[in-house]
Design a protein around this ligand. Structure first.
Ligand SMILES: NC(=O)c1ccc[n+]([C@@H]2O[C@H](COP(=O)([O-])OP(=O)(O)OC[C@H]3O[C@@H](n4cnc5c(N)ncnc54)[C@H](OP(=O)(O)O)[C@@H]3O)[C@@H](O)[C@H]2O)c1
Length: 430
């Protein structure tokens, strides 16, 4: 029931400049003033009893207290605990996304559904998206799997026919990182004569980033997937967790080792913008987790790492140890997106937050609000597509998503942001 969706009419009255917005954290949150028809919209958060879904519901309640939030999950006790923290305007609904009738009845009265009940890896259908189209409910997911993302995209015509706006991969990474890439490309095209040639995503998260057990399953499942990257227009396949680089994430994080992973934003950004060379790398801390992941990718057969039930057993084995290490590792998250153009122009965006578990909620909530504000066309879109997030809606989306960041910088040359810029001599930095 996408009745509450209307076209974007209002932005936050306190704008910010994407060209220089470091220190966004010092500003107050940018509460959403939704158009009249979208106020009081009913948002169903599937996986709302988990870390990402719960954090999304919390961020929505802060950004837009008028929304009615429905927390969907299988476990009543976890649901009751979540509703108790959200307070008024929230309720729990028992839903199993593997049960079509339970799903459809949950979606019947929702204006928008957020699908955060992962893992998305090694699945072969999109039941929540299909139910959203069948019940005419707007949709976003926090998918981080390439096959799932393109499967969701294949429902675009059905969503268009049903007049339903939907965005896939709408979390922090992928999600906000795609919008950062889109803004770097837009600025490069308007400010330089060169063409975008190379785009690289670098991600760092300490420990699990305070995320739930599903993120551990996701990481292991990704280690079983060959990495898709693009080199001068050619699709290449590489070993997971190979190709290590030491990347400077700027203040508060510094230099970190990152490794290739198979992430959907590589293929979607390549497809949407036609950028010839694209890749994504990820690294964690403490450093021995990187070594552990490298060893798993090398030593365990890929078939084993692609088997969801075997991976679930691995998660049960490792979870207590991982949680114990999380206690001192913290949960800082940093994303760096680098764009190089044919005329030598090189710009980056950096987004750093002390707590992934909080930041992922603001990131996902920003997509929810953009859809409710009418920024998204009917169809299924990736975040970087203008039909997904209208170009003029990116600024407010990034503003909301960067709530609480310790550093958020866009469209700067690397030397202005890095902790140890390289000097070529005579005060010239690269
Ligand atoms: N794009 C991004 O930026 C991004 C970032 C981080 C994580 N993620 C993805 O987000 C997903 C969730 O991660 P998390 O850390 O929140 O995991 P989590 O804490 O384990 O939460 C998963 C939630 O899904 C629910 N769930 C699982 N199976 C379900 C089913 N069949 N029906 C209904 N609910 C079900 C669980 O609730 P019950 O057990 O109560 O049913 C639980 O609340 C993962 O797939 C992860 O990869 C994406």
């Amino acid at each position: 029931m996408a009745r509450a969706l209307v076209h974007l009419t209002s932005y936050c009255d306190r704008g910010f400049r994407l060209t220089a917005c470091a220190g966004a954290s010092e500003e107050k949150p940018c509460p959403a003033v939704l158009p009249e028809k979208a106020r009081g919209a009913r948002v169903l958060v599937l996986g709302g009893t988990g870390r990402v879904g719960g954090s999304t519901a919390t961020a929505l309640s802060k950004l837009c207290p008028d929304l009615r939030l429905v927390i969907g999950g299988r476990n009543r006790d976890k649901g009751a605990a979540m509703v108790a923290t959200l307070g008024r305007n929230s309720q729990f609904m028992q839903v199993n996304i593997e049960d079509a009738s339970s799903l459809e009845s949950a979606l019947k009265d929702a204006d928008l559904v957020v699908h955060a009940a992962g893992p998305f890896q090694q699945t072969n259908s999109c039941p929540v998206l299909e139910a959203a189209i069948a019940t005419k409910t707007a949709y976003i997911d926090v998918c981080d799997d390439t096959n799932y993302a393109f499967r969701a995209k294949s429902f675009s015509n059905k969503a268009k026919s049903a007049n339903i706006p939907a965005i896939t991969t709408a979390g922090i990474y992928p999600g906000v990182s795609n919008v950062m890439a889109a803004e770097l490309v837009r600025a490069a095209k308007s400010e330089s004569k060169g063409e975008p040639e190379r785009l690289r995503f670098y991600y760092y998260t300490a420990g699990t980033g305070g995320a739930g057990p599903t993120i551990l399953a996701t990481s292991f499942l990704l280690l079983g997937e060959e990495v898709v990257a693009y080199n001068k227009g050619e699709k290449i396949k590489l070993k997971p967790f190979s190709g290590g680089l030491n990347i400077d994430f700027g203040k508060g994080v510094g230099k970190r080792d990152v490794y290739l992973l198979n992430l959907p934003e590589v293929s979607t950004v390549h497809e949407v913008f036609g950028i010839p060379t694209v890749s994504a790398r990820f690294g964690t801390a403490p450093v021995f987790w990187n070594w552990g992941m490298e060893a798993m990718a090398r030593l365990l057969p890929p078939e084993y790492l692609r088997d969801r039930s075997k991976v679930q057993r691995l998660v049960q084995l490792f979870d207590p140890l991982v949680r114990a290490v999380d206690g001192f590792a913290g949960e800082r998250v940093s994303m760096r997106v680098d764009l190089e153009c044919s005329d030598g122009r090189n710009t980056i965006g950096i987004f750093t937050h002390k707590r992934l578990s909080v930041s992922v909620g603001f990131a996902t909530a920003s997509f929810v609000l953009a859809v409710l504000e009418g920024s998204t066309q009917p169809g299924v879109w990736f975040p970087e597509e203008p039909e997904g997030i209208a170009v003029e809606a990116r600024e407010i989306l990034l503003k909301r998503a960067s709530e609480g960041t310790s550093s958020f910088v866009m469209n700067k040359p690397p030397w202005m942001v890095e902790t140890e810029p390289k000097e070529l001599g005579l005060g010239i930095y690269v």
